[in-house]
Write a protein that binds this ligand. Sequence first.
Ligand code: ARG
Length: 401
Amino acid sequence: MTRLWDRGEPLDALVLRYTAGEDHVLDERLVAYDLRASKAHAAMLAAHGYLSAADLEAVSAAVDELAAAHARGEWHIALEDEDCHTAIEARLTAQVGEAGKAIHLGRSRNDQVLAALRLYLKDALAALATRASRVAQVLGELAAAQGGLRMPGYTHLQRAMPSSVGLWAGAFAAELEDDAVGLRAATRRADKNPLGSAAGYGVPVVSLDREQTRAALGFAATQEPVTAVQLSRGKAEATALFEATLLATDLGRLAADLCLFATAEFAFVKLPDAFTTGSSMLPQKRNPDLFELIRGRTGEAAAALQEVLAVIAKMPSGYHRDLQLIKKPLFRGLDVVFDSATLMAHAVPAIVFDATRLEQALDPSLYMAETAYRLVQEEHIPFRDAYQRARHQGPGRRREP
Ligand code: ARG
């Protein structure tokens, strides 16, 4: 495989391995998106007389074939290809000859990778938002089935006031829905067409129709000026990872509650055997490993965000190969949160609250605030006086949370 920039001098094998890094593996998920962008770019070139109608037809058919064959797992990017862009252009040229070589007019891998990444990001964020909503939905179902059960509400992990399973589940459901909104909103920075910026400074002589590729790829806007494109790389990724980290945080806190509720000391919930793991030494144990790992993976998401921010910090403007290092934490961070949300949606329907244990935990002191509030309302005394009287008088009547 000759690289796109090959001038005949051989590339040191160690240097190739180090510079290509894991790109040939990571770029596998960008192949379909790069093909879509390549097809749109070719159509634009043809519309403006830079590619004949026959060549466009040949390129488009070859792109479709390559996409289908890749989806069937029939070809992969090799280390020697360096990245998906090289692998695709080489295969196109092998299939359609001259026309394959012609389509790199007016572009660079620098704008190509951004086009593919942004198309990927828009899909990935939509999929993650759907997963977040799914967890919210199963929590809503849990609230509908078991929400009437009363349980203590805690502050500082100390019993504070009466609450309910419905209020507990409803809180997480509402926040997860808000996370879904945040994830969808995070597409804004990814929704700009980078094509036409080429290496970062546009192209001489030929006039590109950036509006045509924008419309074909469904971007909301065309990024201007061309010099802003490389400066923005990593920011859409960081925004996506930030929102994903917030989702991971909510999943992790839900998981932390469930770990606590599953202890013998709380025993508010029973986790089915299929969702817990055993101990190699202690025969009696059932451990909530699933929830501990969902909690722990919050750190992986946050670390991925940190990694992206660290790559782009302090770099001069324009393209630099450092930017390639953004892909790994981006994919890892989004994948890990997607998996956590998937597993949480799978596990929540299996959670059964223990009504007896919940009732036992509702000790009368939880109603002291209520006693004070009643005194204020019924005897028209200031709250601080009512508070003192309630403290001496002890718990009062119960009400539904
Ligand atoms: N793999 C590269 C990246 O992700 C693609 C762009 C390479 N461009 C270059 N001028 N070497 O950044």
